[in-house]
Design a protein around this ligand. Structure first.
Ligand code: DC
Length: 223
């Protein structure tokens, strides 16, 4: 019996890394919903569309194909944008575009369709509350702002992505937290029935173990 697993939490809490590794251990598929907001923002910036013009962004989205491959690549209208959408200017733009109610509605619809078959670990901000409110496992993953800034910095260095100083990253994370938690449409919040996982002092392997254990328990109950 396959289940769906929802992982939400603030920026740079390690959601994607953990979800990817846990999915590999469980034989599940990881869907990084943040990548869909990033693709939307990236294309709008490329086309010179204002991130505040909801009509124009929605019209663009109607003609936009976003594919998250089971191997973890992100294809925007057939082009691999996996790396380029991680740049800082796109991070902030994605947070801006994610405030638009009709954009959220469209992307949520696509995400729900993707997860219909079950066997997915989906990470984002509103998965346990809006996208998959009936997910069998719901986790709200968080970490201190300092731990998150350090992780994002190390990750960027490793990938050779151009990044700011540790302090610049920390302030960008704080600004995005502020924006994601205080927006009107589906603000970032823990679902009442989600398990809170503070990963500040945990290694990646420890967090993956905790997620896999929770999932296996639920899969066992369903069998
Ligand atoms: O997870 P991320 O950092 O790649 O997400 C980029 C932005 O997209 C984030 O600032 C908030 C938004 N987002 C959202 O509103 N809902 C989601 N399910 C995923 C991301």
């Amino acid at each position: 019996m396959r289940i769906n697993i929802a992982i939400d939490g603030p920026s740079a809490a390690g959601k994607s890394t953990i979800a990817r590794k846990a999915a590999a251990r469980l034989g599940y598929v990881h869907l990084d919903t943040g990548a869909m907001y990033r693709c939307t923002a990236y294309k709008a910036l490329e086309q010179g569309i204002s991130l505040e013009d909801e009509d124009a962004v929605c019209r663009m989205l109607e003609k936009t194909d976003i594919v998250l491959t089971p191997q973890g690549s992100v294809l925007l209208d057939g082009k691999d944008v996996s790396e380029v959408i991680r740049e800082e200017k796109t991070s902030m733009a994605a947070s801006k575009v994610s405030k638009l109610g009709r954009v959220r509605k469209e992307l949520v619809k696509r995400q729900q369709k993707m997860a219909e078959a079950k066997g997915f670990i989906m990470d984002g901000r509103d998965i346990g509350t809006v996208v998959l409110p009936h997910a069998e496992v719901k986790i709200f993953m968080t970490a201190s702002p300092e731990a998150r800034a350090k992780r994002r910095y190390d990750q960027d260095q490793l990938k050779g992505i151009e990044s700011g100083s540790l302090e610049e990253i920390a302030s960008e994370i704080r600004a995005r937290d502020e924006q994601d938690m205080n927006r009107k449409e589906s603000p970032l919040r823990k679902a009442d029935d989600a398990v809170l996982l503070d990963t500040s002092d945990m290694s990646i392997d420890e967090v993956v173990d905790a997620v896999v254990k929770m999932a296996q328990e639920r899969i066992g109950e369903q069998a």
